[in-house]
Design a protein around this ligand. Structure first.
Ligand SMILES: [Zn+2]
Length: 308
């Protein structure tokens, strides 16, 4: 675990980064908070570098919830999700109850929830939507299920009608299985073309296929989580440079995501990796604040008027 001193400087580095870019703070759509018992189990999976992870993964921000919230505040991450994900039937409602309490006590967090293909899903998803939940997370690579499971059909319909964003990890990274890849999402979107999907990790490593989906469906967005970092490049998930012009043109649908706290490098590294793409200040500001703010109804603008 990093020394507290290191984390203080991590926070200062992040704050000076966004200040330098004229942002009001950061909007991070891919942050994890989950019931402590579940969080410990997830970290054990990363610690063991087991088959879902595939490589050593030292967790930099392994702290108690309240310390992590405090760190995000010091960094200036002014809005963030608190994503859990169900890995088997029967656990989503427990995770969602915990996440609901978390959202109630941490005002800058997005009220987050998860779902699983199970008979009860349309019921609890419908109730959460009616109550004002702001974002869902689905993790196909961990959950081992098909996005096209018929049990999910009514759920996609509910989410599409409500316009509630859903972060979906369905790319084949870090380790592929029978359920990952672009095809399952392609089929969901063919039936639910207005579904507000946020493709986690930009779909790594199938960047081209998921970029094409975003180009085709106006409600599909990509989150930057871990993409462009040295850690991903070393794991042969480097972003193809020939796609960068298309990613630039899609600048209003790329959202900052980081995977905080379960990352093996300082938070700043994700920001510098984005900056290093050289896609322009406007692009960077949209990704790090404006796009998230617009999607989740936060009105503070990152863009100084003279730049518009
Ligand atoms: Zn994640």
């Amino acid at each position: 675990m990093a020394e507290p001193r290191d984390l203080t400087s991590d926070a200062a580095d992040v704050a000076s980064w966004w200040q330098r870019h004229g942002l009001p703070g950061l909007f991070d759509v891919h942050v994890h908070f989950m019931a402590p018992r579940v969080q410990r189990a997830v970290w054990e999976v990363f610690d063991s570098a087991g088959p879902k992870v595939g490589r050593p993964w030292p967790i930099r921000y392994r702290l108690a919830d309240e310390d992590r919230v405090e760190l995000l505040r010091t960094m200036g991450v002014r809005r963030f999700s608190a994503l859990s994900y169900a890995h088997k039937p029967g656990v989503a409602e427990f995770l969602n109850d915990w996440a609901r309490d978390f959202a109630a006590r941490v005002p800058e967090s997005l009220w987050s929830a998860t779902l699983y293909p199970e008979e009860s899903a349309p019921g609890y998803v419908g109730e959460l939507i009616a109550a004002g939940v702001e974002i869902f997370k689905v993790h196909v690579q961990v959950g081992d299920f098909h996005l096209n499971d018929p049990l999910l059909d009514p759920v996609w319909g509910l989410l599409e009608d409500a316009g509630t964003p859903v972060v979906i990890h369905v790319g084949s990274g870090p380790v592929a299985n029978a359920f990952t890849g672009p095809e399952p999402l392609r089929r969901v979107l063919a039936s639910y073309p207005r579904l507000r999907v946020i493709v986690a990790h930009m779909g790594a490593p199938e960047y081209l296929e998921f970029l094409e989906l975003a180009e085709r469906y106006p409600e599909v967005r990509l989150d930057t989580t871990m993409v462009f970092t040295e850690f991903f490049s070393e794991a042969s998930a480097a972003y193809p440079s020939e796609l960068l012009p298309r990613l630039h043109d899609l600048g209003d649908r790329v959202l900052l995501g980081t995977d905080f706290p379960t990352i093996p490098y300082p938070y700043l590294h994700q920001l510098e990796a984005l900056e290093g793409l050289d896609l322009g200040e406007q692009w960077l500001r949209s990704v790090c604040w404006d796009n998230g703010a617009k999607l989740f109804g936060e009105t503070r603008s990152a863009t100084p008027p003279r730049d518009r």
